[in-house]
Write a protein that binds this ligand. Structure first.
Ligand SMILES: NC(=O)c1ccc[n+]([C@@H]2O[C@H](COP(=O)([O-])OP(=O)(O)OC[C@H]3O[C@@H](n4cnc5c(N)ncnc54)[C@H](O)[C@@H]3O)[C@@H](O)[C@H]2O)c1
Ligand SMILES: O=C(O)C[C@H](O)C(=O)O
Length: 337
């Protein structure tokens, strides 16, 4: 029989069950979706998660009932799509993951999702600001480059904004770049951890191969295209059935695990899209770079580091695009506020 403990290892699971497990409530908003369901499954298998709250506008309780039968120690609760259900799902959450929203269809850009997803993220952010003001908010919903600033604005308006607790999940870009490199170099994917900076759309996705063990890959146009447009590759292949879900669920679960691990371990570093000082002088408030995580969320934001002239050109294009996005945020449609 498949034992869930074999996924995380019985020894690791026992280590958590033996020690006084501090409570780690993780909430998924959009838990019944293409990302939400596998993400919730992976969180259920994570021994650091003690309480898993699953909320969606349809199907939350069903997914929770299913996942609750998995033989790991965490408590799983599904919540009804009501204001009180949302409040209860959020109350006491240490981490709130937000994959709620619609995905792309072929021919669409992530920005084409803005009008629909901005409202969804705005309303969920309002609820989180009220019911989980101190939680780490992990935004998955696209367009991440714009939905993260919306969450910031909502938390600021509620007087509870903490920039150290707000993350745009760009981990899938790191996962993709690392796997693509291991395929080219025929290395163990576990040995590849490519740094990807910028944002999460097209030219804002900037992999830094010069900082990997394969600097010769700087200038590999096909590899760069696959990393910057990996999302489009999946949208095309799914042919109208949506966008990346399973690989995103893994990436989201990896980032949540890093945050939980960082509560007790130092040196946990992940590239992520945060409220960053790096390019504020250029009018760019949010940027993905390597961030050291800790018990307070963002402990240290690292700068881009030494890059080649070719990578600088990619970064310049990224910054120009992010600046355009931040200018358009200044004129956000009313409903996005
Ligand atoms: N950050 C990334 O790297 C990344 C990767 C893949 C997908 N995405 C984005 O994630 C989002 C979700 O993608 P998906 O494939 O899971 O879509 P999906 O349509 O399969 O699932 C979305 C879920 O959100 C739920 N939902 C909608 N409005 C809600 C609300 N107000 N409250 C709670 N739940 C609500 C829906 O009922 C659905 O279950 C999309 O915006 C997609 O573009 C981001
Ligand atoms: O490409 C998409 O629309 C989904 C996501 O942002 C991805 O990178 O897979």
């Amino acid at each position: 029989m498949f034992a869930a403990s074999r996924v995380f290892g019985a020894a690791q699971r026992r280590a958590f069950s033996a020690s006084a497990r501090d409570l780690s409530k993780v909430t998924v908003l959009g838990a019944a979706g293409g990302i939400g369901q596998p993400l919730s499954l992976l969180l259920k298998l994570n021994p650091r998660v003690t309480d898993l709250a699953l909320y969606d506008i349809r199907g939350g309780p069903g997914v929770a009932a299913d996942i609750s039968h998995i033989n790991t120690a965490s408590k799983v609760t599904g919540y009804e799509p009501t204001p009180s259900g949302l409040d209860a799902a959020l109350k006491g959450a240490e981490i709130v993951l937000i994959p709620a929203g619609v995905p792309r269809k072929p021919g669409m850009t992530r920005d084409d999702l803005f009008n629909t997803n901005a409202s969804i993220v705005r309303d969920l952010a309002k609820a989180a600001a009220k019911s989980a003001p101190d939680a780490n908010i992990l935004v998955i919903s696209n367009p991440v480059n714009s939905t993260v600033p919306i969450v910031a604005e909502i938390f600021k308006a509620a007087g509870v904004y903490n920039p150290k607790r707000l993350f745009g999940v760009t981990t899938l870009d790191v996962v993709r770049a690392s796997r693509f490199v291991s395929e080219i170099k025929k290395t163990d994917p576990a040995d590849e951890n490519i740094v990807v900076v910028g944002g999460h759309s097209g030219v804002t996705i900037v992999p830094l191969f010069s900082q990997s063990s394969h600097p010769d890959l700087v200038g590999d146009a096909n590899l760069l295209k696959r990393v910057q447009f990996g999302g489009d590759e999946v949208v095309q292949a799914k042919d109208g059935a949506g966008s990346a879900t399973l690989s995103m669920a893994m990436a989201g679960a990896r980032f949540a695990e890093s945050l939980l691990k960082a509560k007790t371990q130092s040196g946990v570093v992940e590239p992520t899209f945060v409220d960053s000082p790096l390019y504020k002088d250029q009018g760019i408030d949010f940027f993905a770079s390597k961030v050291e995580l800790g018990p307070n969320g963002v402990e240290k934001i690292m700068d881009v580091g030494k890059i080649t002239s070719e990578e600088q050109k990619l970064l310049d294009a990224c910054l120009a695009d992010l600046k355009k996005a931040s200018c358009s945020e200044d004129s956000l449609p009313e409903h996005a506020h």
